[in-house]
Design a protein around this ligand. Structure first.
Ligand code: MBD
Ligand code: FE
Length: 315
């Protein structure tokens, strides 16, 4: 039986009361958003005849999601984080800003506080028998093609198990393993000496994978490396590249892949002389183009809760 009650005065009054819409206290913006979101939920319950059992399954799911600490992971998996990028891309287009390296999602696994090195950083602090050496190198430039000095390039990625330090369920990694920050010199060049990552998979018993299972979706990402690139005179860029050849490149559960963010992986030798763990190593050249501030402002800074640690490793 399908009844329709959403448009009744009783329900519309209930919505307004619940959000304290037009109330004398509370935050007006917050009231507006809650009123809209709650209204959309009520309407969906009416339209799809969502049963009480289904509603309580959903409410209880939120408890599990919070217990597992996976709300931000689910946001990536449901395409919500990608959607924010789509909106920022459209905003850039509308303001005539183009020519920069494309953004892609930050994801939930950044840790602030990596020590900043000049020009080059070796960031594989922990042994990883199954990972071969990787050098990531590039030039940070402006849209005018000129190198940017004093840019800070931060990078973070997974180990050969697909786990990130600080979030590794095995507890195997030290604080800033496979996380680093490099400040460019006059040539704009940065370099990370690290190990080849493997793709991430959602915790198999977590709330995110549980939801994905219900949708018949996997919770895996191709191997990738995250970046923040900041410079005082340019907008901060949040991006990633994927490791060329990974079979999941166009099947990423978090929808972060972009054509321009799949640099070639080049096989090289001479790693021994560079202090790498093997003579044969992989090299990825990844130049980054930053876009200018907009009327002196960076409109793509995103505030969100982030993990932090303090560096205990000094070179
Ligand atoms: C990741 O490594 C990641 O980058 C995202 C977006 C989600 C989960 C794990
Ligand atoms: Fe990641």
């Amino acid at each position: 039986m399908s009844v329709k009650v959403f448009d009744t005065q009783e329900v519309q009054d209930l919505l307004k009361a619940a959000a304290n819409l037009n109330g004398n206290t509370g935050n007006a913006r917050f009231q507006q958003i809650i009123h809209r979101l709650l209204g959309d939920l009520f309407k969906a319950i009416d339209d799809l005849d969502i049963t009480p059992d289904e509603v309580w399954a959903g409410v209880n799911y939120l408890n599990k999601l919070g217990q597992d600490g996976e709300a931000a992971l689910l946001a990536a998996g449901l395409g919500l984080e990608k959607y924010l990028d789509v909106r920022m891309d459209a905003e850039d287009k509308a303001t005539g800003l183009d020519g920069g390296t494309p953004r892609t999602i930050e994801g939930p696994l950044y840790v602030a506080g990596a020590p900043v090195r000049d020009g080059v950083a070796k960031i594989d602090f922990d042994e990883d028998a199954n990972a071969g050496p990787l050098i990531i190198r590039g030039t940070v430039k402006g849209t005018d093609g000129k190198p940017i000095a004093n840019a800070v390039v931060e990078c973070w990625h997974a180990n050969s198990n697909g786990f990130y330090s600080h979030f590794d369920p095995t507890g195997a990694q030290t604080d800033f393993n496979l996380r680093g920050a490099v400040k460019t010199g006059a040539d704009g060049v940065y370099e990370f000496r690290t190990l080849m990552p493997v793709g991430y998979g959602c915790p198999p018993h977590g709330a995110t994978q549980q939801l994905l299972d219900g949708l018949g979706r996997h919770g895996n990402r191709p191997a990738h490396v995250h970046f923040f690139i900041s410079s005082g005179d340019h907008r901060k860029l949040t991006t990633q590249f994927n490791i060329e050849g990974d079979p999941l490149i166009w099947d990423d559960f978090a929808y972060a892949t972009r054509e321009e963010l799949i640099p070639h992986v080049v096989e090289k030798t001479g790693g021994a002389a560079l202090g790498l763990k093997a003579d044969a190593y992989k090299h990825i050249e990844f130049d980054v183009v930053l876009t200018p501030l907009l009327q002196g402002r960076d409109n793509q800074i995103v505030q969100r809760p982030r993990a932090a640690a303090s560096a205990t490793v000094e070179a």
